[in-house]
Design a protein around this ligand. Structure first.
Ligand SMILES: Nc1ncnc2c1ncn2[C@@H]1O[C@H](COP(=O)(O)OP(=O)(O)OP(=O)(O)O)[C@@H](O)[C@H]1O
Ligand SMILES: [Mg+2]
Length: 266
């Protein structure tokens, strides 16, 4: 059964600008982006390479500060916090998943998943218990003591997802989580994200280049040249869905006959 956890905005961003210094001035990677993500939503950020997707994710993830703009995370105005206070909010409320897993090679799966709790001052025994539960939730209960180099790519990404979940964050942020996986393993990882979203009500924001993934999200946030772009799936990736219908009824996206062209070909 589908449970609708979407009750309130959890990410509210207004007029976000991010500029990077360059040799002869600044480059504006984000040019006034405003968006909202509701609790329990599973959304994709999509758009051409260089459009600002990762930049936006690092700002949502409090890994960098914007040049200007407002950011309210889970009801708290986090833009005004010090870097240290932001780090605390980050450790408490956000879980990250990266394309290349970012596991520590000398730690076992269990120890990797325990890490976020080490910073959160949870005692050792409770830590292992929570880490084991998280690994079981991603289907890796039998690989607790494996080192990363003894795991497949899909299994490594499952460990990374368990690590992102273990401290019970409000939001999971994933930047191209299937980018280093084959199509089938990628689809399994996406099914896992969907399960976490449906069954635990997790809010999930995923950067992806894969229109097949985009098609199965609640909503797609399009970016082009640092600005929001409407209809990015149809206009850039050549895929169409009835986004409004699926959003209002919380249904699987309804694909209409797919007109595909190579992404990037305009
Ligand atoms: N630290 C930086 N210094 C200067 N320019 C940067 C910096 N980080 C990003 N940029 C520029 O900002 C723009 C957006 O970069 P970003 O990494 O957000 O793109 P992206 O949409 O994630 O692309 P991709 O799909 O290739 O990952 C790019 O033109 C990039 O060169
Ligand atoms: Mg990127």
């Amino acid at each position: 059964m589908y449970t609708d956890y979407r009750t309130r905005p959890i990410v509210q961003i207004e007029n976000m600008v991010k500029e990077f210094p360059t040799g002869d001035g600044v480059f504006r990677a984000l040019d006034g982006v405003s968006l909202q993500v509701d609790q329990g939503e599973m959304v994709a950020i999509m758009g051409p390479s260089g459009s600002g997707k990762s930049t936006l994710m690092t700002l949502i993830g409090l890994l960098d500060t914007p040049t200007s703009g407002h950011y309210v995370l889970d009801g708290e105005d986090v833009g005004g916090l010090s870097r240290l206070e932001q780090a605390r909010v980050r450790n408490r409320k956000l879980g990250f998943v990266f394309q290349n897993f970012n596991l520590l090679p000398r730690l076992t799966a269990l120890q990797n998943v325990e890490l976020p709790l080490v910073y959160g001052r949870v005692d050792g025994r409770r830590r292992r218990e929570l880490a084991r539960t998280a690994l079981e939730a991603v289907g890796l209960g039998s690989k607790l003591d494996n080192l990363p180099n003894t795991l497949s790519g899909g299994q490594k990404q499952r460990v990374a997802i368990a690590r992102a979940l273990v401290h019970n964050p409000a939001i999971i942020l994933a930047d191209e989580p299937t980018g280093a996986l084959d199509t089938r393993t990628g689809a399994e990882i996406m099914a896992l994200f969907r399960e976490l979203n449906r069954e635990q009500g997790r809010t999930i924001i995923i950067v992806t280049h894969d229109p097949e993934i985009g098609r199965h999200m609640d909503r797609v946030i399009g970016l082009r040249d640092g600005r929001l772009a409407e209809n990015i799936l149809s206009e850039y990736y050549g895929v169409e869905v009835f986004e409004r219908v699926e959003r209002e009824h919380g249904l699987e996206p309804v694909p209409v006959p797919v007109r595909r062209r190579d992404a990037g070909e305009e």
